[in-house]
Write a protein that binds this ligand. Sequence first.
Ligand code: AMP
Length: 378
Amino acid sequence: MPFSKLGLALSLNQKLIDKKYSKPFPIQQQAIPAIIKGKDLLGIAQTGSGKTASYVLPILSIIKPEKDNKNRDVNALILVPTRELAGQVQEVFKEFNFCLKSPLNINAVFGGVSINPQMKGLFGVNILIATPGRLLELIRANALSLSKLKHLVIDEADKMLNLGFKEEMDEIIKLLPEKRQNLLFSATLSDKVKEINQLVLNKPIIVKIKPRDENLDLIKHEAYFIQDDNKGPLLRHLIVSEKMQQVLIFTSSKFKADSVAAKLRKHEIQATSIHGEKSQGSRTESLRKFKDGSLRVLVATDLLARGIDIEFLPIVVNYELPRSPKDFIHRIGRTGRAENPGKAITFVSEDEEHHFKIIQKKMDKVIKLIDGDRLELI
Ligand code: AMP
């Protein structure tokens, strides 16, 4: 079924054509009509499935904002676990919001940055994307009210619980009016998530999308058996000889991420590292540049592997193996997404060979090792 038959606002359909979204992804096909009808929804889906648009588009189509919203009453609240996801969700909302006849006031709030500018930005807000801790701080400061909320979205509920936000979520839920629409998205359905579902959802429509992790067929693998000292030269060789323009590289430590990026820069390959010790401003800026193509190489620790969506990322390099096969799958899941083919290049040193065998076994895949130490490098 095409987007035009799902009941979305007409102006959104035109934007979808402009964005070359030729047809709805399965989650969108199932979730959009249900949300438009006002139903509650439980979406078992991961990043990459198209889950963000599956709630952004219908919410923008049905939301009826408060007129003259002087009380800072939020109409739709999107709870997310991380600042990065808050930024991404806001971007998707804003992109589609601009084509509405009467665009809405959309804002995102999250911790790690000063609270005062966020307070000011809440004047007249209709749709708010928030991490739980900062949201509660703002509520306590009377910077916003949830008493007229109509739509609640909890995105990446499992991650939210894993990060220890259960108490904050309970507190927020207690502040909501009883009559509201609830949409909950989670990659997995653990007991803890089930508990939240029972607390929040009212006779939900359930949509379950096969996880990408079980569908890695779009990714082409290339693996090099290589001594640690030769990893840097091989990396530069591949980037230059294959004219790679947008490469995400994973290392296992912050120190290594910094040193790999610094060495690339020394060889005049534009690169930046991103990890937990970088400031929020620097992380956001690096991601923005990498996404828009103005930064060629981003070197990251596993912090970036979950949740972050980069459209059409062609290449991921595992400079070092992650500790668990699950993390390996999350890393390579940054490529080959949204039905686009991608390539995962993995460097395997002697110490890592046994671990790489375990990873392949878990993926049910055999990846041939190329002898990287014997290659003639440019
Ligand atoms: P998400 O799971 O929301 O993080 O979305 C994954 C990616 O798929 C994003 O880069 C979206 O821009 C893209 N996307 C979402 N829906 C569609 C669609 N119907 N057609 C093509 N790309 C889409």
